[in-house]
Design a protein around this ligand. Structure first.
Ligand code: FPP
Length: 239
């Protein structure tokens, strides 16, 4: 690994393939999600050791409500299980928990568990482990637009002063500024699409696709992605 300045500040991961991992070996999908939590633990610790500033994990999308009710119920229970087990380890690694997403539809116990983890780790100064939970990129942009319109209507903002920075500051990711733009996007399971994830923030990110299902993802695979990133040349539209 080259020195720290070649480490991406913001790594975002679409953790895909829990269900297929389980089904391929004749197990229940739930076991895939359970193993997926172990992968979160491994990858978070490795990312923090490597000097990543923000690791955003796509844990539940606004489209995931379309899954069968018993799977939705199980997915809503995962943050509770995860934080019950792993907050001490996050503390040991100086990791700070954050969440982006629409909290309104999230059931009370899940919301409280996330809020508790955020509050318990709020003084940590290391990597931010940012869960995208009930998150959707298009809705995020619509809500940000409404905030900008409200500011114009109230006279707080002049129409001519609406810039990319202004809109970006209204996105859910304002909580992880200045690292809100993604540097490296990873998706597991061989699928190669964005699935409504951080649409604005991925404008200039590098993509890394792994064929492994998320429960098989390890710290060493993260290192491979980081090495691959170090060999990319990011030009942001320039030469
Ligand atoms: C994708 O696999 C994974 C998910 C939809 C959920 C991932 C969430 C976790 C592993 C835990 C979340 C934990 C916290 C702390 C918020 P899939 O079900 O889409 O797999 P498939 O494409 O093979 O069916």
């Amino acid at each position: 690994m080259k020195d720290n300045k070649f480490i991406p500040d913001h790594v975002a991961v679409i953790m895909d393939g829990n269900g297929r991992w389980a089904q391929n070996t004749g197990r229940d999908r739930k076991e895939g999600h359970q193993e997926g939590m172990e992968a979160i633990r491994r990858v978070s610790i490795r990312a923090s050791e490597r000097g990543v500033k923000v690791l955003t994990l796509y844990a539940f999308s606004t489209e995931n409500w379309k899954r069968p009710p018993q799977e939705v119920k199980f997915l809503m229970q995962l943050p509770v299980n995860f934080f019950d087990r792993f907050v001490p380890e996050l503390q040991e690694n100086n990791i700070k928990v954050n969440m982006i997403g629409f909290k309104d539809k999230v059931p009370g116990p899940t919301k409280r568990s996330i809020e508790k983890a955020i509050s318990e780790t709020k003084d940590n100064t290391g990597m931010v482990l940012n869960f995208a939970f009930n998150y959707g990129g298009r809705s995020e942009i619509v809500e940000a637009t409404k905030s900008v319109v409200d500011k114009v209507l109230s006279g707080e903002l002049n129409r001519k002063d609406i810039t990319e920075d202004v809109l970006q500051g209204e996105l859910l990711t304002h909580s992880i500024q200045p690292y809100d733009e993604v540097d490296l996007l990873i998706r597991s399971s061989g699928e190669q699409r964005l699935s409504n994830f951080l649409l604005w923030q991925n404008a200039y990110s590098e993509f890394y696709f792994s064929k492994l299902y998320w429960p098989d993802f390890t710290g060493d695979i993260l290192d491979e992605a980081l090495l691959d990133y170090q060999n990319r040349s990011r030009r942001y539209g320039a030469l």
